[in-house]
Write a protein that binds this ligand. Structure first.
Ligand code: PRX
Length: 658
């Protein structure tokens, strides 16, 4: 989608000269050289980076093994330990006293943890896990607040070769149970409570509830981090993290694992009702986490990096727990929410900790724009943000207006913005500007990271010329990629390597490349997956939650519609088991169903709109016409062919429904 040359000039932001001079990837020519290197010798390029960024216990001799494609293996005969790479090697290099994590609690209390301290805490926790019989390959579910202890729990698993699966603290007991059951976890690590926005919310109680739901028979122990000291029920299987850790030595020999040993499972939504356990490797994942952290955020000694994601999402895994620590950076970890005690919290924290590189989601930016416009006291212009030199965006498309505000008011017009496209499955950033090399265009994630073979194709995997929109694919495997879906190789293959795409990885997003620059613009999902506030939600998951309310709901269909703040909003069409409600009843019932979905999945899945109808629009073969529902949800005139609609009269009712 080419813009006129004039419009492009107005909205092009070349890298600042000061940054070009000092950047790890310095100037467009340097980027082009890396791309050429990867094209000329793809495996050699990644092997070079793997040797440069990771300390191997046994060096690898094989690079990429495609024999069993699409089950690719990288650096397979190499051995390493991820926690050793994130902690020990920095301490050994004399950086033991360097601050690894600046933690700011919800109430503003700040704790600094050095690399030496983080290593000691990780070793103690690793020894606790070992003392409970956790062995290499065992699964450990982590259901923790944003905390140093959460990072420690992840690193401790990595240290002993246990496979962690972090569950976001906003997920319900049901969702937690499903993940514990699917992984077959032997231990759950949690906290008594979490604190967000001045309020204490239960965590341990939800673990108890999840375990009581059944199907979690492998769980032997629950380790509890004492965050608030609030009252919780206690079971014989429970132990306090601080007591157990105090009894353990602060040295723990790392377990050396093969590069393909699974580091973690992370559940994400797909187009069926069942979330997928995305399995990541140790070696390839760490290589990509480390390289992208260093180059995309252009981190140097003295930088203070802050990624605002939660450790429950992939962004928190790669750009809090692994990438920054792998390269020995100093980072901020924040417990709370951007609006407490007021919507100036992020800006105040940037000022306080002299953050130089800031990475957040468009939804956060959009909601803080609104807050700043409504209340001058929390406007970023009132804070000293001069420590910033680089900004980042992740998780959803950033609209040009939000981009320009972020650039002007947060970045003071001088900080580049790296709009990074990637996914839970990709492990690390895939299409992104490099700040000292790429001219930015708001709304575009620009060009592939060197060594990532991104392309736009049609339904048969045929290349589309620049200027056309199509299906976003990755043509060659990359080190940080998903290895499989836990326990479901067939679903891995059919979801990501469908037969008609000629061996390309199917990302699930639509995209276009600019005719002149070749820059990528992401158009959003092409499957039944929504992106709400940068969080992935499957429409089928929400539908299953709604119909599991068997007293009330006969049928449900969920679609997305655009939303100014959250990107997309969840819109549910519901057929009740009883007559369609009156206006008064409808509000009450919608509230009931919202809280039901909150309990089934978690608050992030609550539909914004709930509309009641006597029926859903279906084809004669009984298939729900979702495209039509999407038009109705957006309030658009229905332009689709409705000749195959079984019950055309339903259309009018849906358009008027509450
Ligand atoms: O649709 C794309 C969108 O988020 C999806 C991946 O979601 P998840 O696995 O939860 O990972 C989010 C954090 C990496 C993608 O398929 N997405 C992610 N980043 C961008 C984006 N859409 C547009 N621009 C981005 N920068």
């Amino acid at each position: 989608m080419s813009q006129s040359a004039h419009a492009q000039d107005l909205h092009r932001f070349p890298p600042p000269q000061s940054l070009v001079r000092s950047a790890h990837v310095s100037g467009r020519a340097a980027y082009d050289r890396l791309v050429a290197e990867a094209e000329a010798d793809y495996e050699g390029y990644w092997a070079r980076l793997a040797r440069e960024f990771v300390q191997w216990k046994t060096p690898f001799t094989r690079i990429l093994d495609s024999d069993d494609a699409p089950f690719y293996k990288w650096f397979e005969d190499g051995t390493l330990n991820v926690s050793f790479n994130c902690l020990d090697r920095h301490v050994a290099a004399g950086l033991g006293d360097k601050v690894a994590i600046i933690f700011e609690a919800d109430d503003g209390t700040v704790t600094r943890t050095t690399y030496a301290q983080l290593l000691a805490q990780t070793c103690r926790m690793a020894n606790v896990l070992k003392s409970l019989g956790v062995r290499k390959g065992d699964r450990v579910v982590i259901y923790m607040p944003m905390s140093v202890e959460g990072v420690v729990a992840m690193q401790a698993c990595a240290r002993i070769g246990a496979v962690h699966s972090v569950v976001f603290g906003g997920f319900s007991a049901h969702s937690l149970r499903d993940r514990i059951a699917d992984t077959g976890a032997v231990v759950v690590v949690t906290a008594d409570e979490q604190v967000r926005g001045g309020r204490s919310l239960p965590l341990k109680a939800l673990v108890d509830e999840a375990l009581a739901l059944g199907g979690c028979g492998a769980v032997r122990n629950v380790i509890v981090y004492r965050r608030t000291g609030g009252t919780i029920a206690w079971q014989p299987r429970d132990l306090w993290m601080h007591e157990a850790a105090a009894a353990q030595p602060d040295i723990c020999e790392p377990e050396w694992v093969g590069a393909e040993h699974p580091l973690f499972l992370l559940y994400t939504s797909g187009s069926t009702g069942k979330p997928k356990g995305v399995q990541h490797s140790s070696g390839g994942y760490l290589v990509q986490a480390a390289v992208t952290t260093k180059w995309t955020f252009d981190l140097h000694d003295g930088d203070v990096f802050w990624c605002t994601a939660d450790i429950g999402w992939i962004t928190g895994h790669t750009y809090i727990t692994y990438g920054p620590l792998a390269i020995g950076a100093t980072e901020v970890v924040f417990e709370g929410v951007p609006t407490y005690p007021d919507a100036g919290r992020f800006w105040q924290m940037i000022e306080r900790h002299k953050v130089s590189v800031f990475y957040t989601a468009p939804t956060a930016i959009r909601s803080l724009i609104k807050a700043a416009e409504a209340n001058a006291a929390v406007h970023p212009d009132r804070y000293d943000l001069t420590s910033l030199r680089l900004l980042g965006s992740v998780g959803e498309p950033i609209n040009p207006a939000a981009w320009e505000w972020y650039h002007k008011h947060i970045g003071g017009g001088r900080c580049p913005i790296v709009d990074t496209w990637w996914q839970t499955e990709t492990g690390g950033q895939m299409i992104t500007p490099l700040p000292g090399a790429t001219t930015l265009v708001p709304g575009s994630c620009t060009l592939p990271f060197p060594g990532i073979m991104a392309a736009i194709v049609d339904e048969t995997g045929g290349d589309l010329p620049n200027g056309h929109s199509g299906i976003l694919v990755i043509k060659r495997p990359w080190p940080g990629m998903i290895r499989t879906i836990w326990g479901d190789d067939a679903r891995y293959r059919s979801s990501y390597y469908p037969a008609d795409l000629r061996g390309c990885y199917l990302a699930g997003d639509g995209a276009a490349r600019d005719a002149d620059t070749g820059y990528f613009t992401i158009g959003g999902r092409i499957d039944d997956v929504l992106n709400v506030s940068g969080h992935r939600m499957g429409t089928m998951e929400i539908e299953s939650a709604l119909v599991s309310c068997t007293d009330l709901v006969a049928e449900a269909a969920v679609v997305g519609r655009p939303d100014d703040t959250t990107g997309e909003a969840i819109c549910a069409f519901v057929v009740l088991k009883r007559a369609r409600p009156t206006d008064d009843e409808a509000a009450q019932l919608a509230a009931e169903l919202r809280s039901w979905v909150g309990k089934e999945i978690g608050p992030i899945a609550k539909p914004k709109d709930i509309r009641f109808a006597d029926n859903l629009p279906k084809t004669r073969s009984g298939k729900i016409m979702r495209r039509l529902l999407r038009s109705v949800a957006r309030g658009e005139a229905v332009t689709q062919d409705i000749s195959t609609l079984e019950n055309p009269a339903i259309l009018q009712q849906l358009s008027q429904a509450h």
